[in-house]
Design a protein around this ligand. Structure first.
Ligand SMILES: *Cc1c(COP(=O)(O)O)cnc(C)c1O
Length: 279
């Protein structure tokens, strides 16, 4: 999408390593776009310094909250974030295909246009005027009718989160990911997969990413044993921890299953290598 937007606007898209985001800023940058939580490593970006440095060179900041909304308190206004987007089906529990969301800072509402002009974004939806006039509120970013059944499901997920205190949710999220990491470091004999996520809980989203050469086979074996993790090519295993309903016993059980299937996959790999040698 960024590539396409850059093409339409006749701009250049520059892709940089997340850790170099701030270093690469210069006066040519119009908008800085990044994920608050890196989907591969789970590394959490501190928003305010990025916003300050981006604003210093006259750029806007667009933050993707797909992996942070619903697992930690957010203060986009205080942090100076201009724009944000996110998806509704991860920690907001809207289910696959749930509507996404966007955020535009109030101070920018009148200077940012929706490039897709639809009747629901019109100032007078039911006037059916010949000319488009954008609504003055965030509603100007609507286009057409949203999928109502999906919205109902998303609303349930969000209502549940609103009942919880997001500070407590964040504390539990850190406790869950930390317990999982502690078990990996204590319960294995030096043969645990490499931990890619930051070890400091404050710098981590609600996920733990591991690296293993047989990642894809391990993820499949986990799933056959009731543990749903994700494979990210070429060698990443990603565990997401939803604090509202994942409990500490799940951490113990899943780490035991991970250990068992990893040892099995490693043994199979060694056996296959030996067999090839003798063939
Ligand atoms: C999951 C995810 C999305 C998906 O958004 P849709 O609602 O499916 O468009 C977008 N961005 C990031 C970083 C994601 O992790």
């Amino acid at each position: 999408m960024a590539q396409s937007a850059a093409r339409v606007q006749n701009r250049k898209l520059r892709i940089v390593a997340p850790a170099r985001l701030v270093d690469e800023l210069d006066e040519d940058v119009v908008v800085v776009m990044f994920s608050q939580v890196d989907f591969r490593t789970g590394r959490l970006v501190e928003l305010r310094p990025v916003a300050e440095q981006a604003h210093a060179v006259g750029a806007l900041v667009l933050c993707d909250l797909s992996h942070s909304a619903g697992v930690m308190p957010l203060a986009l206004g205080d942090d100076g974030i201009d724009l944000a987007v996110g998806c509704g089906y991860k920690f907001l529990n809207g289910g696959r295909g749930a509507p996404a969301f966007m955020y535009v800072a109030n101070r920018l509402l009148h200077s940012i246009e929706n490039p897709i002009w639809g009747w629901l974004g019109h100032a007078e939806t039911f006037a059916f005027e010949a000319e488009y006039r954008p609504d003055s509120s965030i509603a100007r970013f609507l286009v057409g009718c949203p999928p109502i059944l999906s919205l109902v499901a998303l609303e349930e997920g969000i209502d549940l989160l609103l009942e919880a205190d997001l500070h407590a949710v964040r504390r539990k999220s850190i406790a869950l990911t930390s317990s999982f990491i502690d078990l990996l470091r204590q319960e294995w004999d030096d043969d645990a997969p490499e931990i890619l996520s930051p070890l400091d809980g404050r710098r981590r989203g609600s996920q733990v990413a591991l690296r293993h050469p047989s990642a894809s086979r391990i993820v499949r074996a986990l799933s056959e044993n009731g543990v749903i993790a994700e494979f990210r090519a070429p060698d990443i295993i990603r565990f997401g921890f939803a604090p509202l309903y994942v409990c500490y016993a799940d951490i113990w059980d899943s780490s035991q299953i991970l250990k068992r299937v990893t040892h099995q996959v490693d043994a199979d790999r060694r056996a296959a290598r030996l067999r090839r040698k003798f063939e």
